[in-house]
Design a protein around this ligand. Sequence first.
Ligand SMILES: [Zn+2]
Length: 238
Amino acid sequence: MEITILGTGSIYSKSNCASLIIDNNILIDLGPGVVKQLLKQDYNLKNINTILITHLHSDHILDFPTFIVNVEVLGIKHKINIYSPKGTKDKFLNLVSLLYGNYFNDFINKYLNFIDIIDNKSFIVNKYVFKTKKVIHTGIDSYGFIVDSKLGITGDASLCDGVKEIFSESKVLICDCSLINGDIYHMGIDNIIKLLKNNKEKIVILTHFRDLTKEFIQNINLNNVSIVEDGYKFMLEE
Ligand SMILES: [Zn+2]
């Protein structure tokens, strides 16, 4: 499994929006700039067959119209499964209609297959088993994932039971660390330190930073924790 972290920033950051791609075909979140980031890194948008949307905030979805405009022109001939919170299809159709009228409606209906995320359910994507975990990101439905019982992805989350379960069921974690001190929306460095006390053997890659948080954490030495830049790539054994 090859994982590329396309963006490491929160909505308040100069880094790219938090997003990642597994192998060359499973995209997780689609915030502003993600399509350009994929193109810069020589990914072929035509290969993408699955998109997972953690939640419907702007820094995780607003490149959806740009993605549609690109893949329509490329002439994709396969369905793209979009695992996303309930209600996503209507919201995405409205978003695209706002910008382009009804031009893309037939394309979206023909090639995009929206599947509601259900908490604590497993589903197969390509050769991997994805398990969903509802996390608390106050004010909106938000989900994390566990991939093949190895890779944990918290999505945007405060320190909650869902995050604790993602930690306990994964070996390597890509983890929200927006803040210096966590709140009801996002985890902070304090929460990461607390999680690590009970999960000493885990490897943690932090993401979704505010710029101030990233500056702050560079001066702290945490075992098994990586602070990476946009475009960071790593392999996990299958
Ligand atoms: Zn976010």
